[in-house]
Ligand binder design. Structure first.
Ligand code: URA
Ligand code: SF4
Length: 216
């Protein structure tokens, strides 16, 4: 399996899509290579492009604050993006750009093998779990099989930038973030796939609050 450094070296010289033309630096991602928690955003912004590091602008500041509320720093997790080069003017990445960059993200997920993949916002959600809405799936951990990745637990939440642009998204983002440690504990308790399904079904009479709410 490719190491994260090797993957990053490939990304830094990649020209597989036109986003390479305007980049100052590619932004492969960074953090603990053995992290339990992998955060996946959309793509680099201006500051990230300048320095080649993920989430170091305003959205990154909020992400760090949120991590602090659950006693973590960015060094305790891994932070990556769906596209590794900045879309000009911070436009949405195009489908062909997301697809061109997807193998790098797959390799990163496989190398890190996290317990929980936190999907930040709709672009990240859409690449892993297509046709789901962030407004209705946010805060719901889901164990799913993804092509060439195997089975992972995904936890979609609002993108920090969405909370900066729309104050109504702030509270839900905070609440979903606060649940991350609990979700991680639930994931750690999950037996193998078949047994896990049985266990969750046994739980259906529990009050909603207490249910694991892992949709398997
Ligand atoms: N927004 C993202 O989605 N990713 C970053 O790295 C920074 C801002
Ligand atoms: Fe390569 Fe991804 Fe950058 Fe496109 S966005 S040039 S696929 S690293």
């Amino acid at each position: 399996m490719a190491s994260l450094n090797k993957i990053a070296a490939e990304i830094n010289k990649c020209k597989k899509c036109s986003l390479h033309e305007d980049r100052t630096n590619a932004v492969p991602g960074e953090g603990d290579p053995k992290a339990d928690l992998l955060f996946i955003g959309e793509g680099p912004g201006k500051k990230e492009d300048e320095l080649g590091r993920p989430f170091i602008g305003p959205a990154g500041k909020l992400l760090e604050e949120l991590l602090g509320t659950i006693d973590l720093t960015r060094k305790d997790v891994f932070i990556a993006n769906v596209v590794k080069c900045r879309p000009p003017g911070n436009r949405d990445p195009l489908p062909e750009e997301v697809e061109a960059c997807w193998p790098y993200l797959q390799q990163q997920v496989n190398a890190i093998n996290p317990k929980l993949i936190v999907l930040l916002g709709r672009h990240s959600l859409d690449r892993f779990l297509p046709n789901m809405k962030i407004s209705t799936t946010r805060g719901k951990p889901m164990r799913r099989e993804v092509e060439n990745l195997g089975r992972y637990v995904f936890y979609p939440i609002y993108h920090p930038a969405a909370a900066l642009h729309n104050p109504n998204n702030r509270q839900p983002l905070m609440e979903d973030f606060q649940r991350i440690p609990t979700v991680l504990k639930e994931v750690a308790k999950l037996p193998e796939k078949d047994a896990a399904e049985a266990e969750i079904e046994d739980d259906v009479d529990e009050p909603e609050e207490k249910q694991a709410r892992l949709e398997l």
